[in-house]
Design a binder for this molecule. Structure first.
Ligand code: 5GP
Ligand code: MG
Ligand code: MG
Length: 183
């Protein structure tokens, strides 16, 4: 159950907790097949991907390793600029590793295309991406995302790790923030 006051800030629930979990289970069966017999390093992008990482990692019926990065896009307001700064780097050596980036959402795609390049340049054997959400209408660069949970409309969404001013990350569902919250 969502706390009533938080749920009331949504104008629409896009994805319920049950829908998200069912889709993550499907993606994990694909990941298990694709990486069979290979070691797998999951790289979560803080902070939005915390919930996706928690659920994907526990749904996988195999060994994985986990590491984390925090990045920030320079640029005004909520728009991603494509210029990315590393706030917290990985602890792992990526040489020869099969890396799967775990992300909450692909909006413009600028952050992830930069991140994939960055991790590849450290000698990873493969770098693929798993993102719970994608906004096709917002794409500024094409990013080849191997595992996508859901394509959603070009609205600002919160919940399941995604924030507005650092709040709403603990909502179990994903929803559209109601306009009254902004003002
Ligand atoms: P991109 O570089 O793809 O434009 O931006 C990706 C990042 O912007 C995401 O990892 C996420 O942190 C943030 N972001 C993009 N769209 C949304 C959204 O609808 N809601 C929230 N809360 N964050 C978003
Ligand atoms: Mg993110
Ligand atoms: Mg945010």
């Amino acid at each position: 159950m969502e706390p009533a006051d938080i749920q009331g800030d949504l104008s629409e629930v896009l994805l319920s907790e049950a829908e998200i979990h069912a889709r993550i289970a499907e993606l994990c069966r694909e990941i298990e097949r694709d990486y069979e017999g290979r070691d797998l390093l999951l790289v979560g992008v803080l902070r939005g991907a915390v919930m996706v990482m928690a659920d994907v990692s526990r749904e996988l019926r195999r060994h994985i390793e986990m590491d984390w990065m925090a990045v920030s896009s320079y640029g005004a307001g909520t728009q991603s600029s494509g210029v990315v700064r590393i706030l917290k780097d990985l602890d792992s050596d990526l040489t020869g590793r099969d890396v799967l980036i775990i992300e909450d959402i692909i909006d413009s795609g600028l952050t992830l295309s930069w991140l994939r390049e960055n991790l590849s340049s450290r000698g990873a054997a493969t770098v693929e991406i798993c993102a719970l959400l994608r906004k096709p209408a917002a794409a500024k660069v094409e990013v080849d995302v191997r595992y996508v949970g859901f394509d959603i409309p070009n609205d600002f969404v919160v919940g399941y790790g995604l924030d507005y001013a650092e709040k709403y990350r603990n909502l179990r569902a994903v929803g559209v923030l109601a306009p009254h919250v902004y003002s």
